[in-house]
Design a protein around this ligand. Structure first.
Ligand SMILES: [Zn+2]
Length: 342
């Protein structure tokens, strides 16, 4: 049976890696630390289904717009005011792919103006920062969001920050209207040609950054890329992918749902405008299997397969999900694989 990770005491503090992923933790940090103490340090919980990061209490205290959610199509509201999304990415800004210990992530140079998205529900231009995936141990689960209680084998998140309102990504993470994340469901089908470029380098980033490497950055908290000169990390947790335009991972039809939500990993900041594509994209079973060859664990630690790295569904509360398309019912989302979302 595939096992989710116990990160161990040295690496169960999400703060350093989370800082690397999202910037400084604010607001909800205490909650995520408590999860850590309760779950990922406990050896007896090594066989939990999900990564410990996602198995703790589901809501941030006072949080009213947490993600992911179950999108009930009958309850979505068509909003004719929603503009088409305008997407323009600079493939040359792609920097590298790395194993965060939670998923694999592709980073972009966000100093480049003009590479990002606007339109849709967004009032400003949002600059491309990174993208990553969530997936399951089997094809029956894996996506974070659900549609009509059904989930997909995997979900892509393309993360952008509001470069009009904020000077940098780290400030945008904690700020109002700070982030915009485009979500894409992955379904099983034909091989995805562009995705294969990433799949081909996954063996190079099998392990997450090690505890020692985490400690190595303690003295350099303000460095944007604390790992960049670390030889071992470059060899084992980070790899070059060359120019890459993530728009090649989007479906041809870009009807979307949108709602106000949060990050799905600590610090769970409620700064995200979610833009969920209504059409899914096809990937082959072998491509998805390649995701499951990665490890939550660092080199030298007991190997823990990186699977089920999705957060449980959160309550919608009084939020509304808006649709860019009038035809929200019908065959658009037909690719789920059968598991009923919890
Ligand atoms: Zn995500």
């Amino acid at each position: 049976m595939l096992r989710a990770a116990s990160l161990g005491s040295a690496s169960c503090r999400p703060s350093r890696l989370v800082k690397q992923m999202w910037g400084p933790i604010q607001g909800h940090a205490a909650r995520s630390e408590r999860w850590c103490g309760q779950y990922c340090c406990a050896r007896k919980n090594r066989n939990v289904i999900r990564h410990p990061l996602w198995t703790g209490p589901v809501s941030v205290t006072g949080g009213t717009r947490q993600s992911p959610i179950n999108i009930l199509q009958r309850d979505t509201v068509y909003d004719p005011q929603l503009k088409p999304l305008s997407i323009s990415y600079n493939a040359a800004s792609c920097q590298y792919i790395w194993n965060t210990g939670y998923f694999f992530q592709v980073e972009f140079d966000d100093a480049i103006k003009g590479s990002g998205i606007s339109g849709g529900p967004l009032k400003n231009h949002y600059r491309l920062k990174q993208f990553h995936f969530h997936w399951g141990a089997s094809d029956e689960s894996g996506s974070e969001h659900a549609v009509d209680n059904h989930v997909f084998p995997a979900e892509l998140h393309i993360v952008h920050w509001n470069s009009v309102k904020y000077p940098n990504f780290k400030e945008a993470v904690a700020g109002e209207d700070g982030l915009a994340v485009v979500g894409v469901f992955l379904k099983l089908g034909a091989p995805h040609q562009a995705l294969q470029k990433l799949v081909d380098v996954l063996p190079e980033i099998k392990h997450k950054v090690s505890c020692a490497q985490e400690s190595a950055q303690t003295d350099k908290p303000n460095r944007v890329e604390p790992w960049s000169t670390h030889k071992e990390r470059q060899q084992d947790s980070r790899a070059a992918v060359g120019p890459f335009d993530p728009s090649c991972l989007l479906p041809a039809c870009q009807d979307f749902w949108t709602y106000e939500g949060s990050l799905t990993t600590p610090p769970l900041a409620e700064s995200v405008t979610w833009i969920i594509q209504q059409r899914s994209v096809e990937v082959s079973p072998s491509q998805l299997s390649a995701f499951r060859t990665l490890l939550f664990s660092a080199r030298g630690e007991e190997e823990e397969v990186m699977v089920n790295n999705y957060r449980p569904l959160q309550p919608l509360l009084d939020r509304k999900v808006r649709s860019s398309s009038q035809a929200t019912r019908g065959p658009k989302v037909t690719a789920w694989t059968g598991r009923t979302g919890s």
